[in-house]
Design a protein around this ligand. Structure first.
Ligand code: ZN
Ligand code: ZN
Length: 364
């Protein structure tokens, strides 16, 4: 029984079919979990393959997922079997009369290419960055789901902060945070939680270790929830007891850099332009050599999507894009501060999708 399909998903399938027609593709095999989910709504991640043709939609999955596939992807014909069964796909390609089959060359592994795709008895055509480009611009429904993931993560942080104190390890803080997110309904963390305390704060991607948090430490917490198929991504640096004057100065500059970028956005700006606004603040504060990464990146089904907000990015930022603004300063042997929020473009302005406050916070 075919189920009603969301307008969003109908539009995505229409866009795929238009792309196929324009590129001379009459069959598209999709097997990355992200794009399977994007097109079909199926969330048995990694266990389904799609075939899209001008007239048909097929989802191949096995008995663990029959009910789920009918519920989530009711507009797709359920083809029962293993998602990587070559003969099954060969049969479908023949049945549909596909001559030119598109494949996700950015996601397909070499072995799969050799042993599966090249054996499909059709001409193969890489689809390049089609999905990356499509997924850059979100619908209001998608933005609402990112926002819900952000709200959940913000609430988990509030519940976790009382546990951030001297004597507790970084891993304990990470575990608490992930526990709180799960309790609030998250499927999982959207990436490995980063907890970098004290001098470890100078490592932008310092995942949690057994290091014990000490009085006076800055603790950089970078984390996210994966919720209803969307990621959140947020960073706060909190101080355990009074920070040194230097750390406090750094916090002020990072906060100012983030606000300058968010307030300074103008329609038509490119990713590189926004990066420069924040970078200029950090350079004039005297810490230009200590901000080594880009200002931001796209977020959606993946924690890093293709909206580069970094030096030299020529991508024009447009409404519907959701991306992070995450300036940071990392000083070896001292520590670091990063403040990260997600934003989207609405009415010609950047709107914060993350609502958690960015004011300097001391816990003890
Ligand atoms: Zn982050
Ligand atoms: Zn990020």
């Amino acid at each position: 029984m075919a189920k009603a399909v969301s307008k969003d998903r109908e539009a995505r399938i229409e866009a795929v079919r238009k792309f196929m027609a324009d590129s001379g593709i009459d069959g598209l095999v999709v097997d990355s979990w992200q794009n399977v989910f994007y097109l079909s709504g199926f969330s048995g991640f990694g266990d389904a393959t799609l075939l899209v043709t001008p007239a048909s939609l097929c989802i191949i999955t096995d008995s663990r997922y029959y009910v789920q596939a009918e519920e989530q992807a009711g507009d797709f014909e359920l083809v029962k079997g293993h998602c990587r069964d070559l003969n099954l796909m060969k049969g479908l390609v023949a049945r549909e009369g596909c001559r030119t089959v598109g494949f996700e060359n950015l996601a397909v592994r070499y072995n799969a290419y050799e042993n599966y795709y090249t054996k499909l008895e059709a001409e193969l055509k890489p689809i390049g960055n089609f999905f990356l480009t499509q997924r850059r611009v979100k619908t209001p429904e998608e933005i609402a789901r990112v926002e819900a993931a952000c709200d959940l993560a913000s609430e988990a942080l509030v519940k976790t902060l009382p546990y951030v104190k001297p004597g507790v390890t970084e891993i304990e803080v990470a575990a608490r945070l992930e526990y709180e997110m799960r309790k609030l309904g998250a499927d999982k963390p959207s990436f490995e939680t980063i907890i970098a305390s004290g001098v470890r704060g100078s490592m932008p991607h310092g995942t949690a270790t057994a290091k014990v948090i000490e009085k006076g430490d800055g603790v950089t917490i970078d984390f996210g929830a994966f919720y209803k198929g969307m990621c959140s991504d947020m960073t706060r640096t909190v101080f355990v007891g009074e920070p040194s004057a230097k750390l406090r100065e750094i916090y002020g500059i990072v906060k100012e850099a983030q606000e300058a970028a968010i307030d300074g956005y103008k329609p038509g700006m490119k990713g590189g332009d926004l990066d420069r606004i924040a970078r200029d603040v950090i350079v004039s504060g005297g810490y230009g050599d200590f901000f080594g990464h880009g200002l931001g990146h796209g977020v959606g089904i993946d924690i890093h999507e293709d909206v580069p907000v970094s030096t030299g990015s020529e991508l024009v930022l447009t409404p519907g894009m959701v991306f992070s603004i995450e300036p940071g300063i990392y000083v070896p042997d001292l520590g670091g501060v990063r403040i990260e929020d997600l934003v989207t473009i609405e009415d010609g302005k950047l709107r914060r999708v993350t609502k958690s406050p960015t004011t300097e916070l001391t816990v003890l």
